[in-house]
Design a protein around this ligand. Structure first.
Ligand SMILES: Cc1cc2nc3c(=O)[nH]c(=O)nc-3n(C[C@H](O)[C@H](O)[C@H](O)COP(=O)(O)O)c2cc1C
Length: 115
């Protein structure tokens, strides 16, 4: 099973968690969201993979804006399993950031809903 984790990190916690999960899963590629957004305009066409993760730190009980923009404008290939990884300092806020943010744009049947 191939996995891609798109990761945003400020101080390194989220990247460390993404790496640990990638090591456990095997066949995982970690792509910094800043590299994608810095390389050109969104939307970004996701690399083909069986599973796609979005890893981010909780900022103000929500997703960082850069991650919200990225999720909104990520175009998926096929129907990969989607999951989220959130690190926080103890106050995570709502449990379904990705579902909430994606459904605003894509409707309740969003392929980016957190499962
Ligand atoms: C601007 C900012 C806002 C944050 N807001 C929250 C928050 O609302 N709840 C929380 O539990 N932690 C919050 N944190 C802590 C981070 O989510 C936590 O330290 C996270 O593990 C940092 O991940 P990183 O090392 O990948 O940047 C905040 C940190 C920053 C810098």
């Amino acid at each position: 099973m191939t996995t891609i984790i798109y990761s945003f990190t400020g101080t390194g916690n989220t990247l460390a968690v993404a790496r640990q999960l990638g090591d456990a899963l095997g066949d995982t590629t970690i792509i910094p969201i800043t590299r994608v957004t810095g390389n050109g305009p969104l939307p970004h066409d996701a690399e083909p993979a069986d599973a796609i993760g979005i890893a981010f730190p909780v900022y103000y009980m929500d997703m960082p804006r850069i991650v919200v923009e990225f999720v909104h404008r990520l175009r998926l290939n096929g129907n990969p399993y989607i999951f989220g990884i959130a690190t926080c300092g103890g106050s995570p806020g709502g449990p379904s950031f990705i579902s909430t943010h994606s459904s605003k744009r894509r409707g309740p049947a969003s392929p980016l809903a957190l499962r």
